[in-house]
Design a protein around this ligand. Structure first.
Ligand code: IPE
Ligand code: IPE
Ligand code: MG
Length: 237
C-alpha cells in the first residue's frame, strides 16, 4: 500500500530563475508560479493528502524591490478572487499563516472572507504562509503564551504548550517538505514544526513542478524510515 504523507509543506521557489532562463521578466515567473498553485493543490487532493502548506512570502521577502513586492501582493489578491468559489466547491479549507497586519486592508479583507467562506470544509486543508517567518512564529507564540498565563514561570513552558499558540495550532506537523528551485535551505519557514519532517529538495523550478514529480516524491517519502530518535529495531517491531 502506498504511504501518503498526511501533511505536505512546500517552499515554492524558483519563479524568478524560471523566467530568467526564458529571458522574461521576473513578474512573468510569478504569474506562472501563482497559476501552478492550482494544479499542485489538485494533484495533492488526487493523491489523498489532507494538509498542504505553501510558503508564498517570507518576512524577509519585503527586502525585494518595491515593484516586485507589489506584483506579488497583486497576484495574491487575484488568486483569492479567482479561487475562493472553486475552493468552496472542492471542499478546501483555506487558511493564512503569518503576520497579516502588514497587508493592505483590501488584502486582509479578502483573506478573512476566504477563510470564513471555506471554514466548514475539510477535504483538503490548504494553508498559505504569507509574511511568514519561523522565528516570528516562535516568538509570537511565546508572547501569546505569556499573556495567557500571567504569573506562570517561563521555566514551566513545555513544547506541547507552545504548539497551541503557534500560527499552525490545530494542524499536524508536516510529514514531508518539498522545496523547488534547487536550494537546500529552510529560509525561515516552519522551523519549529519541521523538527522531524522528511526534507526533499528538487532542482525543478516552481512553475514546472507538477503531478508526476509529486507522485515520485511521495514514493520517495514512502521509503523513509521515520525513527523519531528510536532505533530501527524499535521502529520495525
Ligand atoms: C519564489 O520564487 C517566490 C517568492 C519567494 C515570493 P523566487 O522569486 O524566489 O524565484 P528565484 O529564487 O529568484 O528564482
Ligand atoms: C523562500 O524563497 C520563500 C518563499 C518561497 C516564499 P526565497 O527565494 O525568498 O529564499 P532565499 O532568499 O533564496 O533563501
Ligand atoms: Mg528564491
Amino acid at each position: 500500500m502506498k504511504l501518503v504523507p498526511k501533511h505536505i509543506a512546500m517552499i515554492m521557489d524558483g519563479n524568478g530563475r524560471w523566467a530568467k532562463k526564458r529571458l522574461l521578466p521576473r513578474a512573468v515567473g510569478h504569474v506562472k508560479g501563482a497559476a501552478n498553485v492550482r494544479s499542485v493543490v489538485q494533484a495533492c487532493t488526487d493523491q489523498g493528502v489532507d494538509y498542504l502548506t505553501l510558503f508564498a512570502f517570507s518576512t524577509e521577502n519585503w527586502r525585494r524591490p518595491e515593484e516586485e513586492v507589489s506584483t506579488l501582493m497583486d497576484l495574491f489578491i487575484q488568486y483569492l478572487d479567482k479561487e475562493v468559489n472553486e475552493m468552496k466547491e472542492a471542499g478546501i479549507r483555506f487558511r493564512i499563516i503569518g503576520d497579516r497586519s502588514a497587508f493592505t486592508p483590501t488584502l486582509q479583507d479578502r483573506i478573512l472572507r476566504a477563510e470564513q467562506e471555506t471554514s466548514h470544509n475539510s477535504k483538503l486543508h490548504l494553508t498559505i504562509a504569507a509574511n511568514y517567518g519561523g522565528k516570528w512564529d516562535i516568538l509570537n507564540a511565546t508572547h501569546l503564551w505569556a499573556v495567557a498565563n500571567p504569573g506562570v514561570p517561563v521555566s514551566s513552558l513545555e513544547p506541547a504548550a507552545l504548539d497551541a499558540y503557534l500560527s499552525t495550532a490545530g494542524l499536524p506537523d508536516p510529514d514531508l517538505l518539498i522545496r523547488t528551485g534547487g536550494e537546500s535551505r529552510m529560509s525561515n519557514f516552519l522551523l519549529w514544526q519541521m523538527a522531524y519532517t522528511e526534507l526533499y529538495f528538487t532542482d525543478t523550478f516552481w512553475p514546472e513542478f507538477g503531478a508526476s514529480e509529486l507522485e515520485s516524491v511521495i514514493e520517495w517519502f514512502g521509503k523513509r524510515v521515520r525513527r523519531f530518535g528510536k532505533t530501527d529495531e524499535q521502529v520495525l517491531s
